[in-house]
Every structure is written in C-alpha cells, then in structure tokens.
Design a binder for this molecule. Sequence first.
Ligand code: NDP
Length: 492
Amino acid sequence: MQKHRMLIGGQRVEPASGEWFESINPYTAQAWALVPRGGPKDVDRAVAAARSAFSSDRWRKLTATTRGDLLRRLADLIAADATKLAEIETTDNGKLITEMRGQLNYIPQWFRYFGGLADKIEGRVIPIDKPGVFNFTREEPLGVVAAITPWNSPLLLASWKLAPALAAGNTVVWKPSEFSSVSALVFGDLFERAGFPPGVVNIITGYGNQVGEPLITHRDVAKIAFTGGDRTGEHVYQLAARGIKPITLELGGKSANIVFDDANLDDAVKGVVSGIFAATGQTCIAGSRALIHRSIHDEFVERLLALAKTARMGNPLDADTQVGPVTTEPQYRKVLDYIRIAKEEGAVCRLGGGPAQRAECGSGWFVEPTIFTGVESGMRIAQEEVFGPVLAIIPFDTEEQAIEIANGTAYGLAAGVWTRSIRRALVMSEYLEAGTVWVNTYRAVSYMSPFGGYKRSGFGRESGMEAIREYLQTKSVWIDTLGNVPNPFVMR
Ligand code: NDP
C-alpha cells in the first residue's frame, strides 16, 4: 500500500502522532493508500512555515510578474501529470476517469488565468478632497490562507483557492478531505518543481476536528477558504468569527433544473440527466430537483426514465462507465436513508430506489440512479441536499410558480432553465435566487466566470476576476505634500 507524507516548509514530513489512516477505494471498498493523521502540532508547524514564507524576501520580494511565471510553470507541470493525477483521484474518490481526466486537463487554466492576473493587481490614486495630500491605495495579500476542501473534486476545488491566493501573494496551508487526500499529497511535489519557495504551499492531512479546527483558529491564519457541506460551513464560520477572520464559504445546494413546455425536449432530457447522474450526483451543483411544466410532465418523465435506464454502472476507471460508486460509506448510507425518507413521505419511486446489485458494481458503494415523481416542494427530498444520484421531480404550471418553487429552499447555488424564449430566459435568470443560472445547458464552469452561492449555499466568489479580491486587502496611504501641521487638536 502506498504510504504518503505531508508537505511542510518544502519538506516531506511524518505526522507528529506517528499515525496514518487508510484511504479506501470506493469501487472495491478496500484500503489502497495510507494517509498521515495530522493534528494540532502539525498545524502549528505548517502555519509557522507558511507565515515565515510569507514574510521572507524569497516570496515577498518576488515581482508580481515572477509570481505569475511560477503559477504558469505550475500549470505546465499539472498538464504533464494530468493522467497520473486523474487516476489517483478516481481510485480515491470513485468519480469517473472521464470526468477526472477532464478536470485535470482543465485545472492548468486556473493557474494560467490567475498567473496572468498576478501583475494586474493595481491600486488607485484618489483625487482627495483635501489640499496638500497625495492619497493612493495598495492591494495587499492577507497572509496565511487556510484552504479546506471536500472529497468530490479534490484538486479542482483546491485550485480554485490556490491559484488566486498565490497570485495575490499569500501563502497557503491546505487541508484536503480525509476521504480523498492522496492526490493532494502527490500534487505537492509540483510546487517545488515549479520553483515556489519552501513553505509557500503546505499540505496537511487528517480529520476535520483534529486538523481543520486548529487551522481555522490558529492566530497566524489570516483567511479561511472553505468548500464543504453547509452544516460544517456553519461551524467553520463560527470558528472564523472568533478570530474576526475573513472567510469564503462554498457550500451545498438543492438546485432546480426547470423545463418549460417550449424547450427542446431532447436537449432538456439530457440536461436533466447530466444535472443529477453525472458524478453520481455528488456535486454541489447537482440539479437534484427537476421542475417540469405540467403540460409536458408525463411525456418528459417517460423520456427521462428511458435515458436514465441506459446508464452503465461499474468501474469508474473504465472509460465506458457512466455512473460510478458513491465516494464514502457514510455517504452511501445517507443516500439510501434519503431514498427511504422520500418513499415514507409519499414520493413515487419510478426508477432505482436502492443499492445497485449489478455484477459490474463489485463490492463498491453503488446506488441505482433513482427518480421520484409526485414530489411536493415541502418534502425533505425536495429541501435537503442528498449528494447522490437521486432526482426529485416537481410539476409546475406558471413561470411565477416555477420561480417560487425553485427559490423555496434554504440554498441558492445554481439553477437550470430550458426554454426557447429569450424573454423567459432573461426573466428567469433575474428572479432565480442562485449564484449561477444556466439556460439550455447545465454544469458548465470556467476559470473566467465567478462561481459561488446565494443564501445558505455560502458567500464569496471563486474563479473569474472576482476571486482575486477574496485574497486581497486594501490599504489607503496618505502623504502630506504641504509640509506643515495645521491645528493638531482637530481632525484634518
Ligand atoms: P464536509 O463539510 O464534511 O467537509 C469539507 C471539508 O471540511 C473536509 O476537508 C473536512 O475534513 C473539513 N471539516 C470537517 N469538519 C471540520 C471542522 N470541524 N473544522 C474544520 N474543517 C472540517 O463536506 P464533504 O467533504 O462531505 O463534501 C461534500 C459537501 O461539499 C457537499 O455538501 C457539497 O455540496 C459541498 N460542496 C460544495 C461546493 C461548492 O463549490 N459550493 C463544491 C463541492 C462540494 P474531513 O474530510 O476530514 O471531515
């Protein structure tokens, strides 16, 4: 079994505890790698290394252009290792190799984009209203950033944080999920090869309460960038508040995929399937509620069932597989629990509805792609994030009703709209309470477009020009050019 070490101050280190835990391959349900079990002492070392790197001339005195060069060199190294890293991610989290290869081939663009932005961070000269004063602003890094990431897209979601954080001149301590740490630990080699000074990026692994909490509350951590579930996010927010630390929270969702009667139904069927069954429903942006116009409801459901039934399940490392296992055993149980709850609530199970018993699923944690009709907006299956291949279908009659149902959850991460009407596309995109609205497409992201939540799906934006602002603070500098101090007893 592979045995990994953490990355602190440019060195590969063993955990202070001297303990490792097993990382499980969700397809075989067998351990395949050993991950260091970090703790508060490791956090102290990692933060000290990041803090010292932040104040060191080797990092601080780099020109912004050179910082950008390092990020672009890192992008090239990731591209060269994309296949290897994708295979590690699939082995560790069970997501399809086709999806993880796509992600790994795309990740370099975040480092290129933010590498390009590094030397375009500019302050302003303000024509201040007081004579004899020159006033300008500087955009400065915050210091040590704690990046905490989930298991579903480990390197992609980390890159959304690392690329802008480093471009802005911060240093980072990154804690990946205990369920998918291996790719992060292997990825760690690339920073030194790209030429980053030691300590600029540190990677520590372990459990949320043993590594995540001491990291968030550490006095030398200046900012928290968190992606995960909303319950954990709430707790992390409270911990950050104690230290008055800025935080970005990318949390869960219960996104509505809304199909109108004027939509191209062939496309809409594919869009609804991709919204919920891609990545086995384990994406924050999963379109886990399909809102279907009543006049096409029955026909649409038949078409959806017909397509969903064809999904090939099996080994996520096979390029032909379309639905892989659920990533963790607790998550597997949670998904099955929600299926039971939906049945108890009176929703009608039209497809799946339990563990997959197919031979090709081996001993992995597989759940059949599941579709419920007869769902009412107040049911738990329509309100709570399942994070699995479970779709709740709700009929609607009017645009207003679709908006009311779509906005009627605590979340606001994303929404999809299927229509041929430009008017309707504009109206819906205005009234939907979601950080992302897709029209006639679903699950598209880019390094260029801001991503984040409304409401309980979090705040702050990743990707796009907005993201760099999350890692900067503004200093206002006043220089007197008059050369005399007027009345010292009043404010100037
Ligand atoms: P969790 O919230 O369980 O964990 C996220 C991260 O937080 C992990 O690294 C976890 O460590 C860590 N953590 C757990 N407890 C604490 C704690 N007390 N203090 C500090 N850190 C802690 O999420 P999952 O890993 O289960 O990921 C799934 C969730 O992520 C879903 O809700 C999904 O919607 C959301 N998500 C949101 C995205 C977005 O961009 N909006 C994108 C992708 C996912 P450990 O693993 O060791 O517990």
